[in-house]
Write a protein of this length. Structure first.
Length: 94
């Protein structure tokens, strides 16, 4: 994840990692495939497919929440530095 802070308006922008997006899409695809087989009554490894797909939902939620938390933690430092630089520049200019 690339995080950038625009120094003037303090706007924080981010770019997602291609690997992370592919991983999430792959998990969603696996869930959709297993959900279809669960409706047909198949079971994989004696565990119902519906149980596997239901377990993937909290996993995806946890991944998204963790990603948001990580971005917030990583953006705090550069954002604070941009604010300090702007206030210091304003003080020096006066």
């Amino acid at each position: 994840m690339r995080i950038e802070v625009d120094p003037e308006p303090h706007a924080v922008t981010s770019r997602a990692s291609v690997v992370g997006v592919v991983f999430i899409v792959a998990l969603l695809a696996i869930r959709m495939v297993l959900r279809g087989s669960a409706l047909e009554g198949h079971a994989a490894l004696r565990v119902p497919a519906i149980a596997i797909t239901d377990a993937l939902v909290p996993l995806l939620d946890a991944m998204i929440i963790t990603q948001d938390l990580e971005m917030w933690l990583r953006a705090r430092g550069p954002l604070e530095a941009a604010r300090v630089a702007k206030s210091t520049a304003g003080t020096v200019a006066n």
